[in-house]
Design a protein around this ligand. Sequence first.
Ligand SMILES: Cc1cc2nc3c(=O)[nH]c(=O)nc-3n(C[C@H](O)[C@H](O)[C@H](O)COP(=O)(O)OP(=O)(O)OC[C@H]3O[C@@H](n4cnc5c(N)ncnc54)[C@H](O)[C@@H]3O)c2cc1C
Length: 446
Amino acid sequence: MKFVVIGGDAAGMSAASRAKRNNPDLDVTVLEKTMDVSYSACGMPYNIADPERKIEDLVVRQAHVFREKQDINLLTGHCVESIDTANMTVSGTSLHGNTFKFLYDKLLIATGGSPIIPDVEGFDLPGVMALKSLDDGRKIKAYIQFNNVKKVVIIGMGYIALEMCETLRARSIDVDMVKPRTVFLPWMEKELADVVKKEVELNNVNIYLEHQVEKIEGRDRKLHVICSDLSLETDMVLVAIGIKPNSELAARAGLDLGIKNAIAVNKKLQTSNKNIYAAGDCTDAYHVVTGEKAWIPLALRANRAGWAVADNICGKDAKLSGVAGTAVFKVFDLEVARTGLTVGEAKKFGFEPVKVVIKSRSRAHAHPGASTIHVQMVGDTKTGRLLGTQMVGKEGVAHRINAVAVALHNQMTVKDYCQTDLAYAPPFGPTWDPTLTAANQLLKKI
Ligand SMILES: Cc1cc2nc3c(=O)[nH]c(=O)nc-3n(C[C@H](O)[C@H](O)[C@H](O)COP(=O)(O)OP(=O)(O)OC[C@H]3O[C@@H](n4cnc5c(N)ncnc54)[C@H](O)[C@@H]3O)c2cc1C
């Protein structure tokens, strides 16, 4: 059987490797348009922060290892341009300009996402960059070094924008952040979002909310980010306003698209064509709280979906329950995490949400080094279900969110969560874990 994979990063290489482990006789070809495969995109902000590290340190497994040790026909520099579902072939052009065509019995589309670049004057100027692929990271690192960058304007304030703002400050680069919306972190309770905003400002980053970028101009070896009542002079611009799924190839092949134009897949990761699977950032997924489709592009689900595809094409019956939208990032000295729904999201899905916002401690009372943990927890007054949690603090946030994520996967009520036996010792938290304190308070409102 010929298994062809389009895209050689998290979802694609997970699928190719596992398929070969499941069945060493399988004929596996991976077509990757860039020269990079199997790398940690998530590590790029931290790598860029350190001029001594090479960006290639982020490569998890080298292309030659896939070829020589795993017998995978891995072809880099091969961009797939079309899928012929009738003849079961994929074709495209290599970086050398040669055309290629491969037959498949089972196909996996794992094409990821692309940064959104507004169709606005100046976004194509040299020095206006986005961070998605390893090559983007390579270019940004080189640009900072060879252009002696002293100032960067970041357009957008999502998690990549915030991670990069820490990166740039670590390299003593001045940072302005600008975005059109009024709210700093719209998915976060204001009290918690304000803690994050204060941390960013304490690190001498200027935050400009409610400023729509009208154009970027290049003059006198500088870039100028122009808004209606603001002009920011800079050496470099980082565009970090989000990504979109790379689903055009699938759409042209007649496959169904779903939410946010991501490729629609079932729990077995099959598209609307039974011989074609899709996995990772290019696809949608079921949300375990709402039961509806969601598009939440994150690394674990890409790797897991890759594995599930490999199992399914090898005759196993792998079904994914879905995602809870669990995410965490670090910005300066803060850990910021969420799982499940916000109040606004819960209302959209027909819940009758109620929330609490509490402050607790990262270590036991009087234990040295304790800091504040802010928790927002959301529950449903109709069913008593726990719907979501957000947390901010200097320590003990990143892994603590996982307890709530597991509860969401198991559709637990707030009352059930209050009964969970969570670990305690003074260096790690109070006797009542901060999430239990939040749940106890929330229970009074349900
Ligand atoms: C800076 C940064 C930080 C991040 N941090 C985190 C984090 O902390 N936690 C987290 O969970 N997630 C994080 N992510 C997201 C995570 O990296 C992605 O969710 C994950 O890489 C998705 O994997 P994927 O295989 O679906 O897509 P991708 O990694 O995008 O891989 C898709 C591959 O397909 C190739 N391709 C596309 N079209 C074609 C074509 N037509 N022909 C051939 N090849 C093609 C692309 O070149 C690419 O190599 C981060 C992402 C970035 C950019």
